[in-house]
Write a protein that binds this ligand. Structure first.
Ligand code: ASP
Length: 576
């Protein structure tokens, strides 16, 4: 085989006159009736190779086709001025072929390999071909560079990478487990970890002090574009540390990543409480790339005039003003009214166009004494009902309006920490409280005593990192005494015996000297996507699954043989 002397990003003006050997794929060919141009591609770049009819090698070009794997030996020469392509590293030069070796032939590919087009299913089925596309190559190479940067940063801060088991026991992150049947212990199952949470805490008890891992996690959830059943986390844990230590380490990492790999200085990362985020933006992951904020007008004097909106006791009345929202059609506004109704909320709106008010609140605005300004072109939406529902609803309107009006500056990067989440949330289906983050999170101990009759008011020492409206990661200070841990289990209705069965080994470990510790985990796939400005995680994962959890290429999940099932002691009851 003609072994390459140069990768394709190395072919440039400095090699003019030299003989080189390149290896790669035929990206495309152009026959100009006499002279044949062939573009050769490798991971590093693209180069134009010229086959001239007077050279003996010309004969073999007849057999050449797209996606063939080749070795070409030839002389680098300058392209004619008009044919130079400044967009390519090799754009000033071309290779005049002298020898061609076909290393592998290729059938006509079923999808484009050099154009981002084509049926999504076919692209996933032939993922290995889709991955030849330069955009996906760029994404995965970028992913590799991010992982490399993370490891260097974490290592420099004394963190050590330790692997934790994949075949394990259920880890409580609130999703369904993927189970793996045991052959040796028939009827027993491993669970794939939803995160290494318990193991990393145990590593603190073991004295490793600072741990991290770029690790796969598995959660059997209904999927969306921003979810995959197996995904990667940057997971970390620190001993003798509190919230401020974790925020400092992670902020430093994120700032460094953006500076080094995106070329953006993200500045100081602000910290906002959960309640402020909900009150101002109606979201615990506010997108700060546009300005609109929610206003609390519960106590405005004119509120009484908005008869149908007037807040009842324990209710809130809030509004948002949308610049240029005056352009929203009646249909859009009616859809807001309808969906508010379905959430048991009351909604009114007013537009000001050329000085004139319209909408269900117009009368109030026309009357004297209203002290809310409305600029021309603006739309105000006011919503009354249960405070948390009002916030959530208007938060949704805020995002919808930004989308409709194109208010998001795609170039900007807005990062923030949201802290002090509620410790517990109500699970309507199961009619009980559950841990909002996970049950190992440290509650505000003073809140426990004050709010035992309303657990939703108990705050926790927990924090989320939010980038451009995406929840990028979560973490918390951990409980480190058995007593408090048992108390939390008790509050969420995990009985002593259930706690013992599920986490007995963990609770026991607490009794052998547990340092105070805190940690965090960040979605690695999400981080790559947001850094590249992409919305689908599939574009940053080499072999992703569809939204129905299928690997279209390998055909997984799939049926298994009777013999395999028998070995596992499993009898299927599903219809064939
Ligand atoms: N285990 C948590 C998660 O996966 C992160 C953490 O608390 O460190 O969200």
């Amino acid at each position: 085989m003609l072994k390459r002397t140069h990768k394709l990003n190395e072919i440039n003006d400095s090699l003019i006159g030299e003989v080189v050997i390149i290896n790669g794929w035929v990206d495309r060919m152009r026959d100009l009736g006499g002279i044949v141009f062939s573009w050769i591609r490798d991971r590093y770049g693209l180069v134009q190779v010229v086959f001239e009819p007077q050279k003996p090698v010309y004969k073999s070009v007849e057999n050449l086709s797209n996606e063939y794997v080749v070795a070409v030996k030839g002389v680098v020469r300058e392209r004619p001025e008009a044919a130079k392509n400044p967009k390519l590293k090799s754009g000033n030069v071309e290779i005049l072929a002298e020898e061609l070796e076909i290393l592998a032939e290729a059938k006509t590919p079923p999808i484009y390999t050099n154009r981002e087009e084509g049926n999504e299913e076919a692209r996933l089925k032939y993922r290995y071909l889709d991955l030849r596309h330069s955009t996906l190559q760029r994404n995965l190479i970028f992913r590799h560079r991010v992982a490399h940067f993370i490891r260097e940063y974490m290592n420099s801060k004394d963190f050590i990478e330790i692997e934790t088991p994949y075949l394990t026991k259920s880890t409580p992150e609130g999703a369904r487990d993927f189970l793996v049947p045991s052959r040796l212990k028939k009827g027993s199952f491993y669970a794939l970890p939803q995160s290494p949470q318990i193991f990393k805490q145990l590593l603190m008890i073991s004295g490793f002090d600072r741990y991290y891992q770029i690790v796969r996690c598995f959660r059997d959830e209904d999927l969306r574009a921003d979810r995959q059943p197996e995904f990667t986390q940057i997971d970390l844990e620190m001993s003798f540390a509190d919230q401020s230590d974790v925020l400092e380490i992670v902020s430093g990492l994120v700032k460094g990543l953006y500076e080094e790999l995106v070329g953006v200085n993200v500045g100081e990362i602000p910290v906002m409480s959960y309640s402020e985020a909900m009150e101002k933006y109606g979201s615990d992951k506010p997108d700060l790339r546009f300005e609109i904020e929610l206003q609390d007008i519960t106590h405005e004097t004119f509120a009484d005039e908005m008869k149908f909106l007037a807040p009842l006791e324990n209710e809130a009345l809030k509004s948002i003003k949308i610049p240029n929202g005056g352009s929203f059609s009646r249909k859009v506004l009616d859809s807001y009214v309808d969906s508010a109704k379905s959430e048991e909320l009351r909604l009114g709106w007013v537009k000001k166009i050329n000085g004139d008010f319209s909408g269900s609140l117009a009368r109030i605005f026309r009357s004297a004494g209203v002290n809310l300004e409305l600029k021309d072109g603006e739309l105000m939406i006011a919503c009354a009902g249960k405070r948390s529902a009002v916030n959530k609803f208007l938060g949704g309107v805020r995002l919808d309006a930004a989308k409709r009006l194109n208010l998001v500056d795609r170039e900007s990067v807005r990062i923030l920490w949201v802290v002090d989440f509620p410790m517990f949330e109500w699970n309507e289906e199961e009619k009980r409280y559950q841990a909002q983050h996970h049950p190992f999170t440290m509650p505000y101990v003073e809140d426990i005593d004050n709010h035992l009759n309303d657990l939703s008011k108990i705050r926790s020492h927990s924090y989320d990192l939010v980038i451009n409206g995406w929840e990028m990661g979560s973490g918390s200070v951990r409980i480190h005494t058995r007593k408090l841990q048992e108390k939390v289990f008790d509050l969420i209705g995990i009985s002593e015996s259930e706690a013992k069965t599920r986490f007995g080994f963990f609770l026991e470990a607490f009794e052998y000297g547990t340092p105070p510790h805190a940690g965090f985990a960040m979605g690695f796939d999400r981080l790559i996507a947001v850094m590249l400005g992409l919305s689908s995680l599939r574009d940053v994962i080499a072999f992703p699954k569809t939204t129905s959890g299928t690997d279209l290429m390998a055909g997984a999940p799939s049926k298994v043989s009777e013999a395999q099932l028998k070995e596992l002691g499993i009898k299927l009851e599903v219809d064939e």
